[in-house]
Design a protein around this ligand. Structure first.
Ligand code: 2HA
Ligand code: ZN
Length: 274
């Protein structure tokens, strides 16, 4: 099968374009990765032209030998749908989990996303916590979440509770809450370790003054998660722009009732009286 005709490739490209259309990917901002299923690898294997092995910059033993579809470093989400073979690539990891090689894409040269260590360390952690179901990691420069990192305390509890209060669906969509990481230099192992620590517990991590990471089983769930959190952040920004306090809101007991009816568990540490 031609590489670009495979459904998983089409889904990846559509998600990248959806993020561009949301305004989350100025210039080369953001990156996306997908842990490819074994049967999907077989579908497109005839297109592979393996390059040289390169260092990942970290070790991901739990992903050894697997294949990933990832956006390219310095490439623009705006171009993914019109020139995917220049903008994205498929990589293979070696058996030590320390090296990768490009097997398809980036035909005009380039490397996988500058955030490859964060993507792979997150994918390793979420694969483990979900018994292999989670396959997508998405990083976007979501405007309203970034704005909130200047005015809210950078705590998991505050971000989770404030965003939950902004839309009734929020605690159902991200019942585990969200993690927040203080400003760090992007692109390296240190921020990758900090983010993957948060991902053991949450499906969303906020990078202060930078953006967000979201993870999930497939493109719909992961894009939907990013979209829901950012929409809640937009409501909070609007609310705080009108006045600094709330006349009324969703209360801790409202959340407990919601949790019962929707069959989700909401940790009590997010439901403390303020
Ligand atoms: O430019 O978003 O975090 C890509 C990025 C780096
Ligand atoms: Zn970024």
């Amino acid at each position: 099968m031609k590489f670009l005709e495979a459904e998983f490739v089409k889904g990846f490209i559509r998600m990248a374009n959806d993020g561009w259309e949301q305004g989350w990917h100025e210039r080369n901002g953001g990156n996306l990765s997908y842990r490819v299923k074994e049967e999907e690898v077989q579908l497109v294997r005839e297109n592979f032209a393996p390059g040289e092995w390169q260092e990942i910059g970290t070790t991901v033993k739990g992903l050894a030998g697997e294949y990933f579809l990832v956006t390219g470093s310095g490439k623009y989400f705006r171009n993914v749908a019109i020139a995917p073979e220049e903008s994205i690539c498929m990589i293979e990891l070696d058996e030590s989990g320390e090296k990768y090689r490009i097997v398809w894409g980036l035909i005009n040269g380039g490397r996988p996303t500058s955030e490859l260590p964060s993507h792979l360390m997150n994918l390793e952690v979420v694969k483990k916590k979900s018994d292999g179901r989670y396959r997508v990691v998405y990083h976007a420069h979501t405007t309203n979440i970034i704005a909130l990192t200047f005015v809210l305390p950078l705590s998991d509890e505050v971000f989770t509770r404030e965003l939950w209060e902004m839309a009734t669906e929020c605690p159902v969509v991200f019942p585990d809450g969200i993690g927040v990481i203080p400003w760090m230099v992007p692109g390296g192992k240190e921020i990758a370790v900090a983010t993957s620590e948060k991902m053991k517990q949450y499906d969303v991590a906020v990078w202060a003054h930078h953006g967000m990471f979201a993870t999930g089983e497939d493109f719909d769930l992961t894009f939907g998660l990013m979209h829901t959190v950012e929409k809640a952040a937009e409501i909070l920004v609007k609310m705080l722009s009108m006045r600094s306090d709330k006349l009324q809101t969703i209360t801790p007991d409202n959340f407990r009732d919601l949790a019962k009816d929707f069959g989700v568990t909401l940790p009590e540490r997010f439901l403390q009286e303020k």
